[in-house]
Design a protein. Structure first.
Length: 110
């Protein structure tokens, strides 16, 4: 059984990265690799979809924050689709919900 699945889909100028499973120290490398591959293609917008993430620890949080910081250093938009309540709670506790571009779902991207 794989603890983390990462898939990405291009929709014109937007790359939608869907993550499902546990995003923790043992699995973050998979997401980091996929984000690095996508960022090398230099899309105008990356959307990281956390709706199917069942667990997020500090290393997973670090990957999200690092991707956001890299995007801010360019003209790229980096948006995060809100995860389940347990995942969202981590963003609220760390007050990252005030920093990140959080959206309700991919369709609401505007």
């Amino acid at each position: 059984m794989t603890l983390l699945e990462v898939s990405s889909h291009r929709h014109d100028a937007i790359v939608h990265v869907v993550v499902s499973g546990e995003l923790d120290l043992s699995t973050v490398g998979r997401l980091e690799s996929e984000l690095a591959r996508i960022e090398a293609e230099d899309p105008p917008t990356i959307v990281l979809d956390l709706k199917q993430v069942t667990f997020l620890d500090s290393s997973g949080l670090r990957v999200v924050v690092a991707a956001d910081q890299r995007a801010r250093g360019t003209i790229r938009r980096f948006a995060v689709v809100r995860g389940p309540e347990t995942v969202q709670r981590i963003f609220e506790i760390t007050r990252l919900d005030e920093q990140l571009d959080l959206i309700d779902d991919f369709a609401s991207l505007g």
